[in-house]
Design a binder for this molecule. Sequence first.
Ligand code: C2O
Ligand code: CU
Length: 476
Amino acid sequence: MNLDRRTLLRTGAGLLGAAALTACGAGRTEKAAFVSPAGPQVRAAEQARRPGRVRDIRLVAAPAEGAAWAYNGQVPGPEIRVTAGEVVRARLVNNLPAETSIHWHGLALRNDADGVPGVTQQPVRPGAEHVYEFTAPDPGTHWFHPHSGTQFDRGLYAPIIVEDPREPLGYDAEWVVVLDDWLDGDPDEVLAELAGGMDHTKMSPNMLMGATSPLLGGDAGDVRYATYLINGKARQTFRAKPGTRLRIRLINAGGDTAFRVALGGHRLTVTHTDGFAVQPVETDALLIGMGERYDVLVTLKDGAFPLTALAEGKKAAVSAVVRTGSGTPGKAGGLDGRVLRYAQLLPHESVRLAARTPDRTVRFELTGGMAAYDWAINGRRYDPRDITPIRQGERVRLSFVNRTTMWHPMHLHGHTFALPSGARKDTAVVLPGDTLEVDFQADNPGVWMVHCHNVYHQESGMMTLLGYESGGSRSE
Ligand code: C2O
Ligand code: CU
């Protein structure tokens, strides 16, 4: 039997039979047999989450105004809000002229609901429907978007907030603030132009040259956007009473933009990143890479204050007014103040990973560059046949070695890793020339993506897979 795994992964047989397939490959250079996304290990892990009440949700993906594609006709799409332990049953109706999927970014969910076409499911064809059903295990601020091409840069994104049934934080009000860079065009065209190389004789207006940021260690981004949005709007006013103790859940849904965020006249107390609690720490401003989230607490003063998201290094910004009283909003203070660094983030006791020496270190060199637009991992562009094996029960260290001259927000699916400080995250910025080592507990069997959350880098190939070996586990 000489079956091509790539072909199989794209068929139902492959999705269900990856383990059987590699067993047939004996005698070849086949290395490992992997847990199948819909296999018994994945079902057992889901049962262990004790699925609770089912929440039915319907999401219709369709073209919207202008070049936008949207869920249920709105950008951001409709917020999903459930309590930890509840089951999300989301019916995706694809009214797009393209195949699509939904990835639930940040959730340690069952592998077959992870939304990666060709790996954990078949793509959802135009006119077709697909039901995602999974237990939302941990409280936190997360979001969802397609894992199909550049689609999330067209407006297909929305928050999914998992509430804590025993919320330990005290606050009076809560706002979800989703940041986005708005293309007002076709991101596939932008990608094609970028992939065509930096030929200066035909520099497209979409390409951004010379956007630099010291905070990002150099080159800030590749793409020039038409505008920047907070909750889908270029301007708006948030209202509250003075003295309100407010929780803000910040999400960067951008494709190629880091945002530096501050609220004029206020300091922010950071309580969570990527949904997981940290020891509360105060800051003037936050730098948020694509895919990252921060929860902050702030007690609002009396007056009007700018909530500003600076498109880092791109000489552009979007602002909203936070109004608790009269007056005109002052200058966008705070942005020039101290920006929180990862080293300041310490894990809250409730989420700290027990100290343990890694059983395995996986080295991912981030490679490629702007000129050839050949972003890759370990010099290889994404190939669904390249699966790095890990084992159930292991403590795995991912060593991201950035060989490029650009920063990359690296994201792991299905798990929340620990930074060297211990703070838990699922998406972390790796600066040019830097190495970032993150550890996670392999406790969610399946085949999982690791990739840069710059959608243009991801699509050009900076994406790879980790797979749980199907043969046994390491005892903890
Ligand atoms: Cu939000 Cu694989 O991504
Ligand atoms: Cu990148």
